[in-house]
Design a protein around this ligand. Structure first.
Ligand code: ASP
Ligand code: MG
Length: 406
């Protein structure tokens, strides 16, 4: 049996028109001889009646209740995908298809007990396989699983992608299609960069790096799962027949047997960061980070020297972070509204001159680098929020991403 998993995100299932466009992709796959497993997200975005954020806005907790309430919160959030799947299946059925709708648990998704951010421990896809064997289309509620005790859990925000690739792995699918509202993976956000270009093929590593750095096309955890078994992913638009971007292990084949040597894949960005700096001799580095951890504040962009500690937190937690540091006797220098701009690639390591190119491209635009960091795949710079767009454009130009091969 040739199996295809097709996942449709919130905007792809938000209206009858978009659901019809989604159904056409499923029908096409069936014509091509695939058994199809559909995974849906909750319908629409924040403000739409059954979107995850809307459901969440109904739920108010005070801190003291949190561990108990997490279970109920998952029950509430899971409703978004439940509604979406039933509505979607209904449309398929009305067009004459045999359909079976399944909750995450019915689809065999077993998770740990970490409500709100559960990890998949195992998938027992027997029920799906039986239904597919009976020529049914299976519609699975994304984002949900259940623990050993049968309690409904959710997989963390954006978790429907994870449902899709995990099912792809469990079913040994030919591919997993991630349908969304963009036509594929781009070299930069087209809202910032006019000549951003769609990539026809990327590796798991490249897309993971882009996704971790703020490109919102696919959840990085979903990519990591597909990568374990080499299941190809296609990121594509619900509203077109464009094949989108193919994500695989191997780098793209170039014409004439040329070697693939793309070392920069794209420029990613993420906004709303606050830079916090503490200086002075013998700063209590470990007490600073312990304090942040105690208050569940995640820190990024950490730089430690004997004289200074600098890091970033989300703007939304900047106030509490500052307050807690002051209570410990520190006088943090706080800069809100910063943005992280990342040059992401698979082969940056060891390529001489990349940092020089970044520094020069930004200097020409009069953009100050507030902090920087690098790994073997990514170079990050922190800039003032108002410089985010110009920085992304300058780097996109500097690395000639509009005109490269592949
Ligand atoms: N509906 C869930 C969320 O908004 C899961 C998803 O869309 O992937 O996070
Ligand atoms: Mg999503």
């Amino acid at each position: 049996m040739k199996i295809l998993v097709q996942k449709f995100g919130g905007t792809s299932v938000a209206t009858p028109e978009s659901r019809l466009a989604a159904v056409r992709h499923i029908e096409r796959a069936r014509e091509e001889g695939y058994a199809v497993v559909v995974v849906v997200s909750a319908m629409g975005r924040k403000g739409d009646p059954y979107a995850t954020d809307t459901l969440l806005s109904l739920f108010q907790v005070d801190d003291a209740q949190r561990p108990l309430a997490a279970r109920d919160r998952d029950l509430l959030m899971a409703c978004g995908e439940t509604i979406s799947a039933v509505v979607f299946a209904n449309m398929l059925r009305n067009r004459g298809h045999k359909v079976q709708v399944m909750t995450g648990a019915q689809a065999g998704i077993l998770t740990n007990d970490d409500f709100g951010n559960a990890r998949i421990l195992d998938i027992r896809p027997d029920r799906i396989l039986t239904a597919l064997g009976d020529d049914q289309i299976v519609v699975v509620m994304g984002f949900q699983g259940a623990n050993e005790a049968g309690e409904i859990t959710t997989l963390g925000r954006g978790g429907s992608d994870t449902t899709a690739t995990a099912l792809g792995v469990a079913l040994e699918a030919d591919a997993v299609d991630i349908f969304t509202d963009v036509s594929g993976i781009m070299t930069a956000d087209p809202r910032l960069v006019d000549d951003a270009r769609q990539l026809s093929q990327v590796t798991y590593t490249e897309i993971c790096n882009l996704a971790y750095q703020g490109a919102k096309v696919i959840h990085p955890r979903a990519v990591e799962i597909a990568m374990q078994r080499n299941i190809p992913i296609r990121v594509r638009s619900t509203h077109s027949d464009d094949p989108g971007t193919l994500v695989t292990q191997a780098p793209p084949q170039l014409e004439h047997g040329a070697l693939f040597d793309r070392f920069v894949t794209g420029i990613a960005h993420s906004a709303n960061l606050t830079q916090i700096r503490l200086s002075g001799h013998g700063i209590g580095t470990s007490s600073i980070f312990t304090l942040m951890a105690e208050h569940d504040i995640s820190v990024d962009f950490i730089s430690v020297t004997p004289f200074e500690v600098a890091f970033t937190v989300g703007d939304d937690v900047a106030e509490i972070a500052t307050q807690k540091l002051q209570e410990l006797g520190y006088t943090p220098e706080v800069r809100r509204g910063c943005a992280k701009v990342s040059v992401v690639g698979a082969g940056i390591m060891g390529v001489p001159g990349i940092m020089a190119k970044i520094v020069e491209a930004l200097a020409v635009e009069g953009i100050d680098i507030l902090q920087s960091a690098d790994s073997h795949t990514t170079i990050w710079v922190l800039v003032d929020g108002e410089h985010m767009g110009p920085a992304v454009r300058a780097l996109h130009r500097a690395f000639q991403l509009a005109g490269n091969v592949a």
